[in-house]
Design a protein around this ligand. Structure first.
Ligand SMILES: [Ca+2]
Length: 326
C-alpha cells in the first residue's frame, strides 16, 4: 500500500500542473525524434534541449492583437527621436574605424548599418531576454505557424551545434529574433558573418560581427552603394494617385520631367555616374502628406522588414546620422 501511494505521488508530481506544459513535454519528445531523424546527434539534442520550457508569456505576446494602426507621422515621431539621432551620431564616430572597414568590404555606407542597429535594438541595448530555443519551441508547439517556427528551431539548434556563436545560450525576442541585429536563425545562417576574424559569429556581443552581418545582409540582397535609399520630395498635383506606389518604378529622369522636386523645391539631380536609376513615389500617410522618391535600396530595407514605415525611418535616420539633408 505504501509503495502504491509513493508511485501515485510520483506520477502526480511528474505531471506538470498546466495542461499546456504537459502537451508541450509530449511535443518536445516528438520534436527530439524528428530532429534526430534530421541528423542531430542524440547526446547533443539532450544537452541542447535540457531546460527547454513552455513559455506562457510568448503565447500571450503572440496572441496580442496588433495595436490600433498608427500613422507614419506618429511612428516617425516615436522612432526618429532626437535621442536616437544623437546617439547614432555618437556611435558612428565612436566606432568609425570598424564601420568604415566594414563599409569598404561590403559596399554599404556606415550610416545605414548604424540606423538598422539603432532601430532594431536601440544600438544593442534592447535585444530581448528570451531563451530562443524555448521561445521557438513554444511557438512551434502552439501551432499557429508550427512549420515556420519548427524550422527556425532547427536553425537555432544548428547554430548551437556548430559551436561558433560565441555563446551557448541564444537569447532574443519572444518571436525568435536574435542578438543586436535581431536575426531569426534562418537569417543568421544566411547573412551573419565573422567580422573580427576570431572564428565566432557572435551577433550578441561582438560589434564587428554585428556590423559586418548587417552589411552582409544588405549586400547579399543587392545594395547599391552609389545610390541612396530615397529622399523626401515635392510632387506636383498633376501626378495622379495611380502613379504612386512602390510597384510603380520609373526612371528618375521621368520623375524629373514630370516635375518632382526635392522637398525644399530645388531640382533633383541625375547621379554623376550617368545612370538613370529606377525610383518610385511612396506616401505612407497618403497623397498630400510627406512623400518620398525611393530607389531599389528601399526595397532591400523592405526585405529586412516588410513595412514602409520601417524602411522610410531607416533611410531618414541614416541621413540624420550622416548629417545628410533629406
Ligand atoms: Ca567574430
Amino acid at each position: 500500500m505504501r509503495r502504491l501511494l509513493l508511485t501515485a505521488a510520483f506520477l502526480v508530481s511528474a505531471i506538470p500542473a498546466h495542461a499546456d506544459e504537459y502537451g508541450f513535454a509530449q511535443w518536445l519528445y516528438g520534436f527530439k525524434q524528428r530532429a534526430a531523424y534530421q541528423g542531430f546527434d542524440q547526446s547533443f539534442l539532450n544537452r541542447a534541449l535540457t531546460g527547454t520550457e513552455y513559455l506562457p508569456r510568448v503565447i500571450e505576446l503572440d496572441g496580442k492583437q496588433p495595436e490600433h494602426k498608427i500613422t507614419f507621422k506618429q511612428y516617425k515621431k516615436n522612432i526618429l527621436t532626437d535621442q536616437r539621432i544623437r546617439e547614432g551620431r555618437e556611435k558612428l564616430s565612436q566606432h568609425y574605424n570598424i564601420l568604415s572597414q566594414v563599409s569598404e568590404a561590403y559596399g554599404v555606407p556606415p550610416q545605414y548599418i548604424v540606423a538598422l542597429w539603432g532601430i532594431e535594438t536601440n544600438y544593442g541595448k534592447i535585444t530581448g531576454g528570451f531563451d530562443i530555443v524555448s521561445a521557438l519551441a513554444t511557438l512551434a508547439y502552439e501551432g499557429r505557424r508550427a512549420q515556420f517556427f519548427e524550422k527556425e528551431l532547427v536553425g537555432a539548434l544548428r547554430i548551437l551545434e556548430g559551436g561558433h556563436a560565441g555563446t551557448d545560450k541564444l537569447t532574443g525576442s519572444w518571436a525568435g529574433a536574435m542578438g543586436q541585429s535581431q536575426f531569426m536563425p534562418s537569417s543568421y545562417h544566411k547573412y551573419a558573418v565573422d567580422g573580427n576574424g576570431d572564428g565566432m559569429v557572435d551577433i550578441w556581443n561582438s560589434l564587428p560581427d554585428v556590423f559586418a552581418s548587417i552589411a552582409n545582409y544588405l549586400r547579399t540582397e543587392g545594395w547599391n552603394k552609389d545610390v541612396r535609399w530615397g529622399r523626401a520630395v515635392k510632387v506636383p498635383v498633376s501626378i495622379p494617385e495611380a502613379a504612386y506606389g512602390r510597384e510603380n518604378m520609373r526612371p528618375l529622369s521621368e520623375w524629373m520631367r514630370r516635375g518632382v522636386k526635392q522637398a525644399d523645391g530645388s531640382p533633383l539631380h541625375m547621379p554623376s555616374d550617368g545612370k538613370d536609376p529606377k525610383a518610385a513615389l511612396v506616401a505612407p500617410d497618403g497623397i498630400g502628406t510627406p512623400t518620398f522618391l525611393v530607389y531599389e535600396n528601399f526595397n532591400i530595407i523592405m526585405h529586412w522588414n516588410r513595412s514602409t514605415y520601417f524602411a522610410t525611418s531607416v533611410g531618414l535616420l541614416a541621413d540624420a546620422i550622416a548629417h545628410r539633408p533629406d
